[in-house]
Design a protein around this ligand. Sequence first.
Ligand SMILES: Cc1cc2nc3c(=O)[nH]c(=O)nc-3n(C[C@H](O)[C@H](O)[C@H](O)COP(=O)(O)OP(=O)(O)OC[C@H]3O[C@@H](n4cnc5c(N)ncnc54)[C@H](O)[C@@H]3O)c2cc1C
Length: 309
Amino acid sequence: MNTISHALDTLLQRFPEADIRRDEPMSRHTSFRIGGAVRAMLFPKSAEEMKGFLQTLREAGVEPLVIGNGTNLLVQDGELDLVVIKTQSGLSQIRRTGETEITAGSGTLLSRLAVFAQEQGLGGIEFAHGIPGTLGGAVLMNAGAYGGEMKDVVVKTAALAPDGGEVTVEGEAHGFAYRKSRFEESGEVILASTLSLYKKDPGEIAREMEALAQRRRESQPLTLPSAGSTFKRPKTGYAAALIDEAGLKGFRIGGAAVSEKHAGFVVNLGGATFGDVLAVMEHIQKTVFARCGVELEPEVRIIRAYGRP
Ligand SMILES: Cc1cc2nc3c(=O)[nH]c(=O)nc-3n(C[C@H](O)[C@H](O)[C@H](O)COP(=O)(O)OP(=O)(O)OC[C@H]3O[C@@H](n4cnc5c(N)ncnc54)[C@H](O)[C@@H]3O)c2cc1C
């Protein structure tokens, strides 16, 4: 029997009540609305269930892809020989754990987290209110916006090491840098993080979050599927400005195009394939490099998986 089939059978025996969906299209779980059907998607309802899923898969020799809300992913089309664990919704408990501290599950949406903090009169996470991902996804890539970054607020993270051991990561050990953290390399799965915030008037926080939302609506193509900024900020200049100056706004291949509203975004105009988006990205990289010698590095995570046996 195929390794994944065996792992799924064992999972169903051990967790008969678990939410496990076979042949689940990734396009339903990515903000790009792109991605083929994976062998199975698992939706853990608690950190305990997550640990059990990971242990069962590890025993069977299956390495799953753990995702949050799929808002930074470009996933291959077709039938994918992959097991995905989605944290969003199941691992989303939020608690106030100190005078100015909040601890939340990795599947908590940043918008919900920011609103919870606002209601508690805690400031510091307003910048993340409009980022459509989860806390886990944001910690992994040190997400940031409007001058704030996760590294400014995250002080502790509970994670599972690839061997199943529980790890507590504190402060500097997160290895935060521009759109980076230790979790990219470590293979650890993030379960929950603690944020250190500060007391602030809830009304003022609400006004600031609304002002940032307004800025996003004015400058970003929020009505079209995308994965946000396609490329990281290069050492010199801004990716969006370099793409705009290269005359690439509106450049289109198949259903994928450089947004007319914000050159930093590649958008799905309808029916875009994995290949369409990759081709647009490659054209951008080649054109910008030829024009000004800057190499643009993707910020979007590109997920390639082997086809089904
Ligand atoms: C319209 C739009 C606007 C955006 N604006 C911004 C912005 O202003 N700033 C910004 O930084 N980003 C922005 N993004 C990108 C994206 O929302 C962020 O990168 C976000 O942090 C991704 O979170 P996610 O939960 O969707 O992660 P996913 O896309 O699901 O996953 C991203 C990566 O994190 C890993 N991962 C997810 N959860 C875990 C976990 N629990 N443990 C281990 N690894 C995990 C995945 O394997 C993957 O490698 C935007 C995207 C869109 C569509």
